[in-house]
Each structure stands twice: as C-alpha cells, then as structure tokens.
Design a protein around this ligand. Structure first.
Ligand SMILES: Cc1ncc(COP(=O)(O)O)c(C=O)c1O
Length: 460
C-alpha cells in the first residue's frame, strides 16, 4: 500500500474536523492556525495521515490498544458476520460470541471464573468498585467500603475512576470526588522515597500496610493496582513487591483488583501482566487490547467466590448485581475479541512480545549509554518507558516541552511515539513505547533510530 501516491483529497475532512470535532486531551487553540493530525488508514504497524504521510506506529493507536496491528480482515469479517446475524440484544440475555469469548478468556485466566462485559476501561473499573461496595454493604454492614489506589496509577476518566487516580494533573479541576478512595505510595524504584536500599520492593509494599493500619483494616474492601503502571511513567513492579502485597491483602482480607486495561491480552508477554508475578487476583479489569480496537469492549472478570456472593440470597430482591450497560457485551465486541485472541494464539504473539521486548530493552540500554539525558529505561515485554533527565547525577526531570520536542521530532521522521502527558506535575518526562505485538526487529530498529536522532537534535 502506498498512499503517498494517492490523489485523495481530504481537505473537506480536515475542514469539518477543525469546525466541529472536539479532540480528546487536546488544547484546540493551535488548530486555528494549523491542521490536526487526521489518520486515514492503517496496515500492520503503519498508518497514513490525510496528507499521505506514512508513520510507523510505536504506540498501537496512540494509547496502547491495537495489539494485533491494523487491517485485520478476519476480525472485520467476524464483526460483520455477527452484525448481520444479530447486531444487538441486551446482555441480560446470552449471545453466541459472548459465551464463546468468555470461555476462551477464562481458559487463559486460571483461578478466575466470571466475565462481566462493558465498553471502556473506566467502566470496567467502575463495575469492580461497585462490586466492592455491594459486598461491603451485604457482608460488612457497609464498613469495609474503602478502596486503595496507588500514587501514579490511572484507572479511567469518570469522576469515580478519577477518585482512584494517582496522577494529580488528571484530577485537577474535576473535584469534588467520590469519597472512600485512599492513596498508597508509588513503587517506582528510580524515584525511591526511601533512598537507596536493597529491599525497595518490600518497603514499597509495606508502605501500603502502613496506610491500611492507619485507616483501619476493617474499613478497607479492596486495592486497585496496575500490574505495570502505564501513563504514570511505565513502572514495572520492583522485586519482592507483589509477593508482599499479596501477603498483606490476605492478612487483612482485602480484595485484589488488578487493572489490566493496558497490560491485558499480551502486551507484556503473558496473557495478563499479573501472571508474571504470581498474584491471585479477585477481580481483573481489561479493555484496550481485548479486541485491539476493532470494537469497543471491556471486561470485569471475577473469581467464582466473588460472583457467588451476588447469588447467595435469591429471596432478597436487592442482593444481586443491579448493574447494566446498554452496549456492554454488544455482539460486535465479543465477536472481535474472540478473533483477536485466536490471532494472538495462532501467531504465537506472546513469544514474539518476549523476544522483541528483550531486543527493544537492549537497544534502548545502548541508547542510554550514548545519551546522558536518558536517566532510566524500564519496561516489561513490548511496554517500555525512557525517563528523560537533565543529568543522571541529579535525576532532575527534563522540562516537559523538551520531552514533547523529542516526540515531535520522531513524528517528523515518520515514527509515532508517546510521552507521559498531563499526568504528574513535574514528571511528564517519560517517553512511552508500546508497538503492536507483531513488530519485528527492523520495526524496532527504526523506532530506536528515530529516538536516537531526536535526542541528538533536542539535547545535542
Ligand atoms: C490502566 C488504565 N486503566 C483504565 C483506563 C481507562 O480506560 P478507558 O479510556 O477505556 O476508559 C486507562 C486508559 O488509558 C488505563 O491506562
């Protein structure tokens, strides 16, 4: 495909966009004098904009979503076939794709049992929060209702999901928030709160226990954590962290809710990020990669033990999960998700993620050797961050305009990378890479080369 040769004229599209579209996460003043980026087409790892310019997409659709790459006709066919057969019926009834996808998903999640479908990561997390609250009401007289979340983590855009958000710039100007959400410290070893220590991971987990004891264990129903913090700076857990978190949650009878919205469906080299760390979750939420963006679908997956509590008392008309999402589990979503899983399995993409992820980390470590402004390279599988600093000694974060300049220069070179954005004041300095799970060494070479050039240009 060579759209650069095409004579397509998208001026009307751009004009209408500038006149009427309110873009996500965007300050629009600049569009009074410049055109927005309009993406027209995608194939594999490549996308083309309205001017015919081609880009290698190193962030899977901008926000870590298109796990199996663009232009998958088999997913489009599965969705089309399903829509023609049955486009919609409320999810209080069953469906063929809903049933088959749920079974396929649970097969990859030993210990888990039930799949509740909705539309977005935020919504999936809201369902989990409601489950915690309802259990608190039914089992603990409303007391064990508090939900812990971690500094630097993100769980979605709704007011309650923002109540569980550890990124101050996302919350700013949107309060007041839903009560009952309590923050615990982050676990970014590069930004250790305890100086240099051999047991950082255990200490970071014990800091959670301190919060639990301060609040009272009998008030805390659950903890919601990303397996690898994403938009807060790509932070894989330090050694010893998860084992200690698990031990603490068991001790105080606190449900573990893992937010796999980013890591789920292969991004880190296993089906789910938590599966690297021996965690036994009570609830797992997922969205972006579930159908690789071919349809909107998210899931809140629970153990049978959690599920059981919502059918234990059929004589009480209020004791079941009284939640509905009109489009949740809408037929196209699970149809796309089922085919997405088949592709990941059949093309051995989890192995590819592990091999390519190691290669990418090695190449970026080389880059760190070359550029003093790369303070830290960290990640898991094909999910990697580069934290930019003024110098390694002081670890002072670079000004966010410089990090954005690196992203801008890569874009000019035809490579789309990401950066932490309106996340944590003073720390919007981490470049993010999350290429599709199908990427090759030569794709990664192109990405690293673009960053190399951009770092030279921006920092000299
Ligand atoms: C870890 C995490 N959880 C939840 C969400 C919210 O997902 P959505 O934008 O689909 O509501 C995001 C979005 O980036 C995310 O990164």
């Amino acid at each position: 495909m060579d759209l650069s040769q095409s004579n397509n004229d998208y001026s009307e599209v751009i004009e209408n966009d500038r006149a009427h579209v309110w873009h996500h996460l965007s300050q629009h003043k600049k569009y009074e004098t410049s055109d927005p980026l309009v993406i027209i087409e995608g194939k594999g790892m490549q996308v083309w904009d309205a001017n015919g310019k081609q880009y290698l997409d190193a962030v899977s659709g901008g926000v870590w979503t298109v796990n199996v790459g663009y232009g998958r006709e088999s997913i489009a066919d599965a969705v089309r076939d399903q829509l023609v057969k049955l486009n919609y019926f409320a999810n209080s009834a069953g469906s063929i794709p809903g049933s088959m996808f749920s079974k396929a998903l649970i097969d990859k999640m030993p210990g888990m049992s039930r799949v509740y479908m909705s539309n977005s990561g935020s919504e999936a997390n809201e369902k989990a929060f409601k489950i915690v609250r309802q259990i608190a009401h039914n089992k603990y007289d409303g007391k064990k209702h508090k939900i812990l979340y971690r500094d630097r983590d993100y769980h979605g855009t709704t007011i309650t999901a923002l109540s569980a958000c550890g990124q101050n710039e996302r919350k700013d100007q949107y309060g007041p928030f839903t009560p009952g959400f309590v923050e615990v410290p982050h676990c970014c070893e590069y930004r250790s709160q305890y100086g240099e220590c051999d047991d950082y991971g255990v200490r970071a987990a014990r800091a959670i226990e301190d919060v639990i004891l301060r609040e009272g264990p009998d008030t805390i129903g659950a903890i919601c954590l990303e397996p690898v913090t994403a938009g807060g700076g790509v932070i894989p857990p330090p050694e010893g962290y998860w084992e200690t978190v698990q031990e603490i949650c068991t001790k105080y009878d606190i449900l573990i809710h893992i937010d796999e919205v980013v890591c789920g469906l292969g991004r880190t080299g296993k089906w789910f990020g938590y599966q690297h760390y021996g965690i036994k979750p009570d609830m797992v939420t997922m969205a972006k990669g579930v159908a690789s963006g071919y349809a909107a679908i998210s899931c809140t997956v629970t153990t049978e033990e959690v599920f059981e509590q919502f059918k234990a008392n059929p004589s009480d008309p209020m004791s079941y999960f009284r939640d509905i999402s009109t489009f949740g589990g809408c037929a196209a979503g699970p149809a796309a998700a089922l085919e997405n899983m088949r592709i990941i399995e059949e093309e051995n993409l989890l192995d590819n993620v592990t091999r390519m992820g190691d290669y990418l980390l090695d190449r970026l470590e080389d880059l760190k050797g070359k550029h003093g402004n790369v303070g830290d390279v960290r990640g898991k599988g094909l999910f990697v961050g580069l934290e930019l600093v003024t110098d390694r000694q002081s670890k002072q974060p670079v000004d966010e305009t410089l990090a954005q300049a690196v992203v801008g220069d890569c874009l000019a070179q035809g490579v789309i990378i990401g950066v932490t954005n309106r996340s944590i004041a003073g720390f919007n300095n981490t470049l993010c890479l999350s290429p599709a799970l199908i990427c090759t060494k030569s794709d990664l070479d192109q990405i690293v080369e673009a960053i190399d050039n951009a770092l030279t240009k921006v920092f000299g």
